[in-house]
Design a binder for this molecule. Structure first.
Ligand code: RB5
Length: 149
């Protein structure tokens, strides 16, 4: 499994923990920045990761900012991206099972490292259930098509 990661300065320390964890599990990861705690703008990193995931160069993306809100809003502007902001493990599996989320977003100022790693594990091991949920994903894609002409 190939994972693309990105964060702003406020998510940088948690991103380092997530990267270490995924590497220990033998996953292929690519860090698209930022690479320090110097102030930066979360949409820049949301865009890099979201474009890579939408082109299917990676199986999933993980984005982290202070709250996870800004970086998920920005990622969701890229067609084909379904970024889910999760602060609990129920949401982490439900967003894969029902919403076929392809990016997990988290807030470093919201979740501790232990919970964040559980959320990552849960997200990456859950499977999209298709069926009635596919029809709803198709409707989301229809909304994208309506506004991306
Ligand atoms: C940065 O201070 C903070 O605004 C950002 O990380 C994020 O929380 C925005 O949604």
């Amino acid at each position: 499994m190939k994972i693309a990661l990105g964060s702003d300065h406020a998510g940088f320390p948690l991103k380092k923990e997530v990267i270490k964890y995924l590497q220990e599990k033998g996953m292929k990861i690519q860090d698209f920045g930022t690479f320090s705690e110097d102030s930066c703008d979360y949409p820049d990193y949301a865009l890099k990761v979201a474009e890579e995931v939408s082109k299917k160069n990676y199986d999933f993306g993980i984005l982290i900012c202070g709250t996870g809100i800004g970086i998920s809003i920005a990622a969701n502007k890229v067609p084909g991206i379904r970024a889910a902001l999760c602060g609990d493990t129920f949401s982490a599996h439900a967003c894969r099972e029902h919403n076929d989320a392809n990016i997990l977003a988290m807030g470093q100022r919201v979740v501790g490292v232990g919970l964040a790693l559980d959320i990552v594990d849960t997200f990456l091991s859950a499977k999209f259930q298709g069926d009635r949920h596919q029809k709803r994903i198709d409707k989301i894609t229809g909304i994208e098509k309506k506004y991306n002409k």
